[in-house]
Design a protein around this ligand. Structure first.
Ligand code: AVI
Length: 318
């Protein structure tokens, strides 16, 4: 794995894809940097902080749904399955799912090797009857599952509405790639956030304690640290807005004054009021979500939500 955080502040060890995404994105008319670059160690810690915020309803709502539907889910998933979790991160929802299903195998897939090994080790210790095989990989690409699980029924697990961070075209490609990785008889359990009033959505992405703001601004610190950037971070403000036409929350970093800086030796200038678009979080109505799954080659077979219909867990078959 590439070492992504240069301790001496030099840009030499940066991920080339990060460099190219940032240099390209800062030159666009609407500046934009892909949200995947939020997640260095600090960004991952800040995201964990977000999931515990009173305003950020998705994580606790999804956990509550999972707890409620445990036996209904177990009735639909074949015994002795292999659970493949895409983008497992710190695997916080996994113990709940494994406790429900008692699968034969658990395969967490994540690009961040350290995080992956730590959480896989914890799961293996807590579930001695489950064969745990971490896979260090980009879950957006097709995977080759180990031969040991070839004959087991497969359940893909993609919680957290991470699918919402992709444009529809990317989401459909990802669902197709998951289907190809898991095989023809597989099931997929996916968490998808619902469209809801702006009064609920905006605070979820612009919380009172400023944790989401710190998460967004951390991207600029990361650019300065890893790509030799000179961005004056204090000149940028976190902005979260609802784009109704596209049914998504957008996060931006807005310049509060004219700024000029360098990244990797290249000059950039941003005028007061201009923004860098850093994240989309698409929300889906019930029919939209089912259509998305069908577009990705999956047939929804069961759907569970909370009492206020804030969030949905959908089980689909290949
Ligand atoms: C990871 N993802 C599903 C989160 C979301 O809600 O879109 C990322 C996030 N961004 C700001 N808050 C949370």
């Amino acid at each position: 794995m590439l070492k992504q955080e240069a301790e001496d502040g030099q840009a030499s060890l940066a991920d080339p894809q990060f460099r190219s995404d940032v240099l390209t994105g800062l030159a666009l008319p609407q500046r934009a940097i892909p949200a995947r670059w939020f997640y260095d160690r600090r960004g991952s810690e800040l995201f964990e902080g977000i999931t515990a915020l009173p305003e950020y309803y998705p994580t606790r709502t999804e956990i509550a749904i999972l707890r409620d539907v445990c036996s209904a889910l177990a009735a639909r998933v074949p015994a002795g399955a292999a659970v493949v979790e895409f983008g497992s991160g710190s695997s916080t929802k996994t113990p709940l799912l494994l406790g429900c299903l008692a699968p034969a195998a658990y395969l967490p897939v994540d690009i961040s090797g350290d995080f992956l090994r730590e959480s896989a080790g914890r799961i293996a210790a807590d579930f001695p009857g489950v064969q745990v095989t971490p896979i260090e990989a980009d879950f957006t690409r097709p995977l080759k599952l180990p031969p040991a699980v070839a004959d087991l029924p497969k359940l893909g697990f993609f919680p957290g509405s991470t699918i919402g961070n992709m444009l529809a075209v990317g989401a459909v490609d990802l669902l197709r790639s998951m289907r190809a990785s898991l095989g023809d008889a597989a099931l997929l359990l996916i968490g998808i956030d619902r469209i809801k009033p702006v009064e609920v959505l905006i605070p979820a992405y612009d919380d009172a304690q400023g944790v989401t703001a710190a998460f967004n601004l951390n991207l600029l610190h990361r650019i300065n640290r890893e790509l030799g950037g000179t961005i004056p971070v204090d000149a940028f403000r976190h902005r979260a807005l609802w784009n109704d036409d596209r049914a998504r929350i957008e996060m931006h970093l807005e310049a509060s004054r004219d700024v000029a800086f360098e990244v990797d030796g290249r000059p950039f200038s941003i005028g007061a009021g201009e923004t860098i678009h850093t994240e989309n979080s698409h929300k889906y109505g019930p029919r939209d979500a089912r259509l998305l799954l069908r577009g990705g080659g999956w047939t929804p077979v069961a759907e569970w939500t909370d009492a206020e219909d804030k969030f949905a867990l959908i089980l689909a078959e290949a």
